[in-house]
Design a protein around this ligand. Structure first.
Ligand code: C2E
Ligand code: MG
Ligand code: MG
Ligand code: MG
Length: 299
């Protein structure tokens, strides 16, 4: 019944995705239509070297341009997409779009413009028996080399058993790089690093928030710094790259650099932007290396 479905959706939403602004049952149907009507668009958030704000990579993030509600955040509709299974075609769309876009940027701005392009993959996609074939097709059709693709997965998605594990190892063998997203928020972060072929660890924003505060709540800032330091040291010991997420100020960037982070992502560095805007950033970087920052941070 409708009541049961409403209840079930509420339970799912409370699992870490925030308040259910659109937690009603017709969302799944609306999303199907949105996908067919081209209302889902991909924006790209630059991932920058902290030392000089040079572009290292980019993360693709989906947006829903709803005809009456305006732009809807993925936190509001990804849970429904996962519940209904629509995440599979939705994710395939983001995958294909990102691969084609990244290949186009590399063709236009050269191999040094961008090391890699990443996108988020949910547990449901990793369970889809066609997922590896979809990834292979997206790479082949776009011409994007395997090593340029990053698939971001969360700890909870990875902890879903044998099938997911096989898929992840297969992707790793293909040369695709796997990133552990929101690292540190799961229940078994450390053992996962051994049990899973990760190439990149993305330190969760919750450990970056307040990391720069040295008065008021010194103990809290110390604790965040201790976690951030431990994560970067462990990652380096295991030969993994790191990205600090949610960098919102120059002070945070400075502390993270002191702790050993070389790469970051966040509003202070650059906001998510359209493909066209990201092209402008790459163009500016090519003509004036090191001067990308003002343009990116101003948005
Ligand atoms: P995520 O993968 O951890 O992506 C980072 C999120 O943090 C993005 O939110 C980004 O806009 C936001 N962010 C970046 N820098 C800052 C900052 O300095 N401050 C703050 N407050 N936020 C910052 P967004 O785009 O709303 O996406 C939310 C989540 O939705 C993503 O978290 C990811 O888990 C999921 N998501 C987004 N696109 C996709 C997709 O195509 N497929 C799947 N499966 N999940 C997606
Ligand atoms: Mg991500
Ligand atoms: Mg993340
Ligand atoms: Mg996150």
């Amino acid at each position: 019944t409708a009541k049961q479905r409403g209840k079930a959706s509420f339970v799912r939403y409370t699992e870490g995705m925030g308040e259910p602004v659109l937690a009603h049952m017709q969302l799944g149907g609306e999303l199907r239509r949105a996908l067919d009507d081209g209302e889902l668009r991909v924006v790209y958030q630059p991932i920058l070297r902290l030392a000089d704000h040079r572009v290292i990579g980019v993360e693709a993030l989906v947006r829903w341009h709803h005809p009456t509600r305006g732009v809807i955040s993925p936190a509001e509709f990804i849970p429904a997409a996962e519940r209904t299974g629509l995440i599979v075609p939705l994710g395939r769309y983001v995958l294909r779009e990102t691969c084609h876009q990244a290949a186009a940027w590399l063709a236009e701005y050269g191999p040094d413009a961008l090391e890699e392009a990443g996108l988020n993959v949910s547990a449901r996609q990793l369970h889809d028996p066609d997922f590896v074939a979809d990834v292979t097709a997206a790479l082949t059709d776009s011409g994007l080399p395997c090593r340029r693709l990053v698939l971001e997965v969360t700890e909870s998605a990875v902890l879903r058993g044998q099938q997911v594990s096989r898929t992840l190892y297969e992707l790793d063998r293909m040369g695709i790089r796997l990133a552990l997203d929101d690292f540190g928020t799961g229940e078994s972060s450390l053992s996962l690093l051994r049990a899973f072929p990760a190439a990149i660890v993305k330190l969760d924003k919750s450990f970056v928030d307040g990391i720069e505060i040295d008065d008021g709540r010194p103990a809290a800032a110390d604790a965040r710094q201790a976690v951030a330091r431990a994560v970067v040291q462990l990652a380096h010991a295991l030969g993994l790259d790191t990205v600090a997420e949610g960098v919102e100020s120059a002070e945070q960037a400075a502390v993270l650099r002191d702790l050993g982070y070389t790469v970051g992502q966040g509003y202070h560095l650059a906001r998510p932007m359209t493909a066209g805007e990201f092209g402008v950033l790459l163009d500016r970087q090519r003509s004036a290396p090191g001067l990308t920052r003002g343009s990116a941070a101003a948005r």
